[in-house]
Design a protein around this ligand. Structure first.
Ligand code: MN
Length: 231
């Protein structure tokens, strides 16, 4: 079998302790999953988790020990960082219970859900899809995946982001409104998960803008640091 045009490459992430890579199928994202961030976005209270997606090729893999680079995107004047714990799915399934969810996790990474906040805000106001604000090219720089066999299940741990060495976001994974296992339960009730899926689990408070030349440094306890420069 041949394709009539050249087939697109499969996006992939490096894996800590392996020369082999993790192929990316889909990127699911959770909205408003830390209370203080929900409040800063003008919302209060615990609501059921909701989801949006980024295309797999929006992932910018950042190799271990290197500084990733992303371009300042078009059409925005308010380009925001969102530091997030990323969960990599190793075993698929639907209607996965929270109690079984950890068996479906391959590993974890540090990621950035980059956002054209002004465009997202316009779409919200008009009741239109968020794609232009969230699912644009290079909108998901992500570092190496640490296998769960090495890290153990991650239910807590500091997560933080600095920009040019100044603190911007600082919280703890234990502050998630819906924890990782609950997110997998809700997500797998709506979509059948498959190996290669990534879940960006939501960002804490402190989201703000970056400009060309800024260097973001995200850190999650146990998963190392993700450094990304905006060109
Ligand atoms: Mn986010």
């Amino acid at each position: 079998m041949a394709y009539v045009i050249s087939a697109p490459a499969i996006p992939s992430l490096p894996v800590v302790g392996s020369a082999d890579r993790f192929p990316v199928r889909r990127v699911y994202c959770v909205g408003r999953n830390y209370e203080a961030h929900a409040k800063e976005m003008g919302f209060t209270g615990r609501e059921p988790p909701f989801f949006f997606l980024k295309p797999a090729d929006a992932v910018v893999p950042v190799e271990a020990g290197t500084v990733g680079q992303i371009d300042y995107p078009s059409q925005t004047k308010d380009f925001h960082h969102e530091i997030e714990l990323v969960v990599a799915i190793g075993k698929g399934g639907k209607n996965i219970s929270a109690a079984d969810a950890a068996k479906h996790i391959y590993g974890y990474a540090v990621g950035l859900d980059m956002t054209r906040r002004d465009l997202q805000g316009d779409m919200k106001k008009q009741g239109r899809p968020w794609c232009i604000g969230k699912a644009f090219d290079q909108s998901a720089p992500i570092g190496p995946i640490t296998p769960i066999t090495a890290s153990g299940e991650i239910t807590k741990g500091a997560l933080s982001l600095t920009v040019n060495d100044k603190p911007r976001q600082s919280s703890d994974v234990s502050m998630l409104i819906w924890n990782v296992n609950e997110v997998i339960e809700h997500l797998s009730a709506a979509w059948e998960l498959a190996p290669g899926d990534l879940i960006m689990t939501g960002t804490p408070e402190g989201v703000a803008a970056v400009v060309s030349g800024d260097r973001m440094s995200g850190r999650i306890e146990g998963l190392g640091t993700l450094d990304v420069v905006v060109r």
